[in-house]
Design a protein around this ligand. Sequence first.
Ligand SMILES: *Cc1c(COP(=O)(O)O)cnc(C)c1O
Length: 341
Amino acid sequence: MEKKNINWSELGFGYTPTDYRFMAEWKDGSWDEGALISDSNVTISECAGVLQYAQTCFEGLKAYTQKDGSIVTFRPDLNAERLQRSARRLLIPEISTEMFLRALDETVKANAAWVPPYGTGATLYVRPFLFGSGPILGVAPAPYFQFRLFCSPVGPYFKGGIKPIRICISDYDRAAPHGTGDIKAGLNYAMSLYAGDLAHKNGFSENMFLDAATRTYVEETGGANFLFVTKDGKIVTPKSSTILPSITRRSLVYVAEKYLGIEVIERPVPFEEVSEFSEVGVCGTAAVISPVGEIDDHGRKIMVPSGMDQFGPVLGKLRETLTGIQNGDIEAPEGWIRKIC
Ligand SMILES: *Cc1c(COP(=O)(O)O)cnc(C)c1O
């Protein structure tokens, strides 16, 4: 198989359509088999549930080329489970884990020429999603649905070196108590755009959202969970029912405990405590961990001791270990790596 002629290490995080995507339809109570298709456009009713009432949820994961040339994905069974949870909450029919993995394997394999080679730092981003495709005017679930999964090659996250980010406390909330903060729904992103734009205009990369009920505890950013390191080298990560359970965070917690012997504490984290931590990072599929150098609370600046030039030692080591597992340079726990071809 000949790879596409792409300057892999210069790629950014943007949409590059590939040759194939997977599509399945739900009608009359069940999903059809689904199949690979080449058309990247979706044709649906102007009155589709997704367009009128945002009935949609998604996942995001990556396919990597390991040193031996094999193409793998990382813990995709957890993405399948999370998509099922999201679907249930939005009254969208679930996709079985078996069907999710079949769609993933078939699509990545068919697009093997688009999977960036080992060592480029680039990866194939995979976007599975579900949406109400049938027309509905009165507020109700759509009468039929689509499951799709497409890929796009994306560049290394830290192009031109690692740069700690500056973030700010948002005056807007991301997720209400008992709301939809714990599922991966498009609606959570639509309503975070305004706050995100405001943060960018003020010179910050991301918002730090606090809990909507009391505005005293740290929740997450628009799309990544927090990790903190205490002065005595323990990792603390916020526990809350309104944050999205990041697969990267759950994997990092395991790696910290089992590979690096670091104690991890999952508990509510009062914002007032943040200035006492020695390292701060945000984690998700895109960057694994991004270091945070500064947190702005309405003009009161918290400068994280690890600074604006580099990763702190604990989060740096943690990121290195997990990326090593993903790239196949470090042995993975049983069941974490799914070989596609
Ligand atoms: C997707 C997402 C994350 C990160 O989850 P991963 O599974 O690690 O990619 C964190 N927060 C939100 C709100 C998300 O949507």
